[in-house]
Design a protein. Structure first.
Length: 256
């Protein structure tokens, strides 16, 4: 038990990855894609269970209350609009070369609600409510982001094999580049707000962007627009690292 307590973060990662693989195996065996909804709900549930086992009520209180401080309007705006703005810029750049114009496309309301609300709630208490704070205690913000981004991306890979939970029509290596860049920017916001709700907003805004804007390969008629989006994402992430420093991505302080 002491060994598991000491290595509970990696226990969380292993269980989360194994659960993703297991659910996809069941989906494939039963030909029932509806079961795959359990995958995006699992990180938060697994994190809550592990926290309850090893940290009890105090740990749960920290997860639900300690990571929910108020944060300023600036960070609220960034949380909601950063990914949509970068996606819109990518569409505008591609439009200069005969790509689709910046416009909304009709989205399945169920996918929009699920992607913008249910999925972020199901994932973020795990990835950034549980895992990220523990990684930040051991590593710099950039290193923690890369570790979490790789694991978060690999967690999506089983779903990629059956076409769920990923950007359809996008090669997985580019999906990983999106996940890694997004993770870096989400860590930047997290270290300025210390708020799990800012992370839920960012995750939801990203999913809403993919549902509403012609940014994905299927909605844009090709992957070029998404490649431009990834490039802009990493350019902005590079600026964040240079501006705020790789150690914390927060400059001199947090909770601004």
């Amino acid at each position: 038990m002491a060994f598991l307590r000491k290595n509970q973060l990696w226990l969380f990662f292993i269980i989360a990855l194994a659960f993703s693989v297991g659910i996809v195996a069941v989906v494939s065996a039963r030909h029932n894609e509806g079961i795959s909804i359990l995958i995006p709900l699992s990180p938060s549930i697994i994190a809550i269970i592990i926290t309850a086992i090893f940290s009890g009520r105090a740990g749960l209180r920290e997860m639900f209350i300690g990571l929910s401080p108020r944060f300023g309007l600036r960070w609220l705006i960034i949380s909601i609009l950063l990914f949509p703005i970068l996606a819109s810029l990518a569409i505008l750049i591609q439009a200069l070369f005969s790509g689709p114009a910046l416009s909304l496309h009709s989205a399945n309301i169920g996918n929009l609600i699920g992607g913008s609300l249910i999925i972020p709630l199901g994932e973020e208490f795990g990835w950034r409510g549980y895992a990220l704070p523990r990684l930040l205690k051991k590593y710099s913000a950039v290193t923690a982001s890369l570790i979490l981004g790789v694991i978060w991306g690999l967690w999506h890979f089983p779903g990629f094999l059956i076409g769920v939970g990923v950007v359809e029509g996008l090669p997985f290596v580019y999906f990983m580049m999106w996940v890694l860049g997004a993770t870096m920017l989400m860590t930047w916001v997290f270290n300025h707000t210390r708020s799990i709700w800012a992370m839920i907003l960012m995750h939801g805004a990203a999913n809403a962007t993919f549902n509403l804007l012609r940014i994905t390969p299927l909605s844009a008629g090709g992957a070029t627009t998404f490649y431009i989006f990834i490039g802009l994402l990493w350019l902005f992430a590079g600026w964040v690292i240079l501006r705020f420093g790789h150690r914390t991505l927060a400059g001199r302080g947090i909770n601004e």
